[in-house]
Design a protein around this ligand. Structure first.
Ligand SMILES: *[C@@H]1O[C@H](CO)[C@@H](O)[C@H](O)[C@H]1NC(C)=O
Ligand SMILES: *[C@@H]1O[C@H](CO)[C@@H](O)[C@H](O)[C@H]1NC(C)=O
Ligand SMILES: *[C@@H]1O[C@H](CO)[C@@H](O)[C@H](O)[C@H]1NC(C)=O
Ligand SMILES: *[C@@H]1O[C@H](CO)[C@@H](O)[C@H](O)[C@H]1NC(C)=O
Length: 847
């Protein structure tokens, strides 16, 4: 693949020092790995299309079916919400223009208001207009849409349907400014759960879509007829203006039940097609419908492909073939068992054919072939493990407007598609592939790089985790995720310093052991037999000689297992303690509490004693990293910066220059025998990733202009094997890596005083010039408040766990998993607090 050869070039060039701000690229996990709520094609410029993700930004389609991330540069620590894309719109008259509504949450989790971003160069550069309210790219109903649209007759006119009861907004200057359309009052007041204690499901859902009727008359240069959908199932949800947005009325005769998800115009037919579901998505739906609205004569027709007991799901994705009016495809939003269903009609919905049907239960006719050569793990970990081959959470299903054979649809796992869709109508068999190359959407929860062992171990949300044996593998999507056991999410991973082939990982599920060990560097795994099925989550450390595992669990305090024995409580550590193993001395472990007490153990983690006053004025310990090759040397990241010890934690000195540090790591340096220290924290250029090769005497901004989202959500790990190579695990943009040259620090480009002054006024200095490396000399930089990300990533993680096959031996079904139905033999009791709810005779689900 293309990206592979780029990797080869990078490695070949590794000997030449990189002086400029580092150039970051993705590790190729491939397959996307998360939910893609929307894909939009340009109506007239062939091949111009964008895919939006809920927490990992916007991607542009390339001619070879791969995708390029286009919102990294605007997603900084302060504006991490810019990776939440709630809507995307293209200008029908100018294929270079693209607009998106950004913001992650409408509740307190995202501190910032949302924005409409606009680009005139296909997303290479952006201008940003902040809105006076929040936007929820990772909120319920994010697959409805698109709620942002450009007038096909007037590039200056843009409408945005907001959430939270904020109503309809309009720009008349090409997205520079927006103002409220006061005449539009149907603001979409449906709330999923008004009493939600997590503060996530208790917001007004707002508006669902804006659809212009390009066949209508033009009034004062504007399209006169505009349809707007609102999230309600108790009154009319589809509204129309016939006077270019001046006045609005409910469309007569509409179904008035269920929530509209998609509304698309077929101009030749002068008809709207709409999909409906009884929930707002993206995980729900037990009934729904598909409708056709004839604009000329104002009639609605129910064209739902199934009825009666076959109708046990709602409808989401809707694709119209613009080359063949009357030909369309629709998808079940969530048919959790046995699989998603996709229907195609060539007669405007009068008749339909399915993409699969029963060939005498339990056999099925698959009128498709499904492969994943671009991301083999999608096949090994999911397609071959789960009856849901075609996917779930299908909110977007698109036919290229200029190519009837080219189609794409997205799921909670990946983007699927193909180039022979019209074969559905001839041989009734189409070829589907995962077509998500370049979409790297993983929420990375733990990273390790073992000197002399596996180059990269990535614990991720929703897709378990991945091993890259050597640096040469980083460009190749893995053949398999971590399996046997496969969990939805792995939350941490560690290797044994003296025996780097010994690796441990932990998961965040329940109902099965959530510790797994490997003795071949993370290629194959076994569940750890020393834990019961109730303990879960947290962080993990394995002793240097691999005989002892200390687990700071998420729900059962700190635990320890020796020689694969039963995990028992470590009474001397508080629950939630940050832990680490000495990488050389098997008897030594380190720990820190959130109240900044530092502890160490010299009896292989059996007991810990506190070291009083070790960490100065620090009030919380964020991370502990032991030197990969030197016993007794360690670094502790705190709210006031990094502390270093060379005597097994007996005493520390504080490094200057970077404060309020988060994830830290050591990696092989550019000079033989030297190690770089990497730290996310507050330095001269703001909240970014910095590196030092001289224990903080000088620091370099190695992040450059690359966005990583919130620094508190990132995991950094230096390569244990490749000089100057460093990895960043993000919350929604996969793993990015770069080659950096930190040898001895570089001369400052600005004077000491101006650097300090700039940073103390919290105005980040950013530059991509080759002189961007900056030396910091004091630690007087202002610390900024950290971003609350823990809860946000847990929403993402828990919300998409449908994908993983239930671990074998499980006696409890996970959230979203099947828990009953005809022919079902798995667990029928759900993990608390979820209950088994019957969806239909064939499928009950933990909700
Ligand atoms: C609207 O949808 C919600 C969620 O599915 C459901 O609980 C409620 O009963 C529906 N209301 C009506 C009037 O159908
Ligand atoms: C409306 O138009 C459709 C075709 O677009 C036709 O099938 C239908 O009969 C018409 N209905 C009325 C009431 O004229
Ligand atoms: C459709 O093609 C695939 C392989 O391309 C094949 O596995 C499948 O059996 C075919 N379906 C039918 C119904 O023949
Ligand atoms: C390992 O740590 C123990 C406990 O501090 C110490 O007694 C021993 O000397 C250390 N061994 C090495 C090789 O550093």
């Amino acid at each position: 693949m293309k990206s592979f050869s780029v990797i080869q070039l990078l490695l070949a060039a590794a000997a030449a020092p990189v002086k400029a701000a580092a150039s970051w690229k993705n590790v190729n996990i491939g397959g996307g790995g998360g939910f893609v709520p929307g894909i939009v094609f340009h109506p007239t410029a062939k091949g111009v299309a964008y895919a939006r993700t809920d927490i990992g930004g916007l991607y542009r389609l390339n001619s070879d079916d791969s995708w390029t991330a286009v919102t990294d540069s605007i997603t900084t620590d302060a504006k991490w919400g810019n990776w939440g894309i709630d809507a995307v719109a293209l200008d029908p008259q100018d294929p270079n223009k693209v607009y998106a509504a950004t913001g992650m949450y409408t509740n307190s989790w995202d501190p910032n208001n949302g924005a409409i971003i606009r680009s005139s160069d296909k997303g290479n550069t952006w201008s940003i207009t902040e809105l006076p309210f929040k936007v929820g790219g990772n909120m319920p109903g994010r697959g409805m849409g698109e709620r942002l649209a450009v007038d096909p007759k007037n590039s200056k006119i843009i409408y945005f349907g907001a959430r939270s009861g904020n109503g309809l907004y309009k720009s008349t200057d090409g997205g520079v400014t927006f103002s409220k359309v006061s005449s539009f009052t149907a603001v979409g007041d449906y709330i999923v759960d008004p009493t939600d204690a997590n503060d996530y499901n208790n917001d007004k859902q707002g508006l669902a879509f804006v659809t212009f009727d390009s066949t209508s008359a033009t009034i004062n240069g504007a399209t006169s007829r505009i349809f707007v959908g609102s999230a309600t199932n108790t009154t009319s949800s589809v509204w129309v203006s016939n006077d270019a947005g001046a006045t609005w009325s409910a469309v007569a005769g509409q179904p008035g039940t269920y929530f509209p998800h998609k509304c698309k115009l077929q101009p030749t037919e002068k008809a709207l097609y709409l999909t409906y579901s009884d929930g707002t998505g993206p995980y729900d739906g037990t009934a729904g419908g598909v409708y056709r609205y004839d604009i000329t004569n104002g009639t609605w027709k129910n064209i739902t492909p199934v009825s009666g007991s076959d109708l046990y799901y709602g409808f989401g994705g809707l694709g119209l073939d613009m080359q063949k009016p009357g030909t369309l495809v629709v998808a079940s939003l969530n048919s959790w068992w046995p699989d998603a269903q996709i229907f195609r009609s060539t007669d405007s919905g009068a008749t339909w054919s399915p993409i699969w049907d029963w060939a005498g239960y339990p056999d099925m006719n698959w009128y498709y072939g499904l492969t994943s050569p671009n991301a083999p793990w999608v096949e090994t970990g999911f397609i071959s493990q789960d009856s849901k081959r075609l996917g779930w959470m299908i909110e977007t299903l698109e036919i290229n407007p200029l190519d009837s054979d080219h189609w794409l649809y997205a799921t909670g796992l990946t983007v699927y598609g193909g180039h022979d869709l019209t074969k559905w109508d001839t041989v009734h068999n189409v070829s589907i592939q995962s077509l998500a190359v370049g979409i790297e959407e993983m929420a990375v929860l733990g990273l390790a790089s073992a000197p002399g062992g596996s180059e990269l171990l990535a614990a991720v949300g929703d897709d378990c985790g991945f091993t890259f044996k050597t640096s040469a593998d980083l460009g190749t999507s893995p053949k398999t995720p971590w399996m046997n056991p496969i969990w939805a999410s792995s939350v941490d991973v560690d290797y044994a310093g003296n025996k780097p082939a010994n690796v441990v990982r932990i998961g965040s599920g329940s109902g099965s052991p959530q510790v797994a060990i490997s003795s071949d560097g993370g290629a194959s795994w076994n569940a750890h037999s020393g834990t019961d099925t109730s303990k879960t989550s947290g962080t993990v450390a394995i002793s240097a000689d691999a005989d002892t595992i200390v687990w700071s669990s998420g729900n059962a305090g700190v635990l320890r297992s020796s020689n694969q024995g039963t995990f028992t409580a470590v009474a001397s550590l508080p629950s939630g303690a940050v832990i680490a193993s000495d990488k050389r001395n098997n008897t030594v472990f380190y720990a820190g509490s959130t109240t900044s007490t530092f502890y160490r153990s010299v009896d292989t983690g059996a007991t810990f004693t506190s070291v009083s006053g070790a960490l100065g004025s620090a009030k919380s310990v964020r991370d502990i990293v032991a030197h990969p090759t030197t016993a007794g040397e360690l670094y502790v990241s705190t709210d006031v910066g990094v502390f270093r010890s060379t005597d097994f934690g007996a005493s520390f000195s504080q490094l200057s220059g970077v404060s309020n540090t988060q994830s830290i790591s050591l990696g092989v340096g550019s000079v033989a025998g030297k190690w770089n220290l990497y730290a996310f924290g507050t330095g001269a250029n703001g909240n970014k990733l910095y590196a030092t090769a001289d224990n903080g005497a000088s620091w370099i901004d190695v992040q450059g202009s690359q966005g990583f989202g919130a620094i508190s959500a990132n995991k950094v790990v230096g390569s244990g094997n490749v000089p100057g190579q460093v990895y960043v695990g993000t919350n929604g943009r996969g793993v990015l890596y770069a080659q950096v040259d930190v040898s001895g620090g570089s001369p400052p480009v600005t004077t000491t005083s101006s650097v300090v002054k700039t940073s103390s006024t919290a105005a980040p200095v950013t530059s991509t010039s080759s002189k961007a490396t900056t030396t910091l000399v004091t630690s007087t930089v202002k610390t900024s408040s950290s971003v609350k990300i823990t809860s946000t990533s847990s929403v993402k993680t828990s919300s998409s766990t449908t994908s993983a096959a239930a671990p074998t031996g499980t006696n409890l079904a996970q959230r979203w998993a099947q828990c009953g139905g005809i022919g079902y033999t798995g667990p029928t009791v759900c993990v608390a607090p979820f209950t088994c709810q019957k969806q239909n005779d064939w499928y009950s689900q933990c909700l």
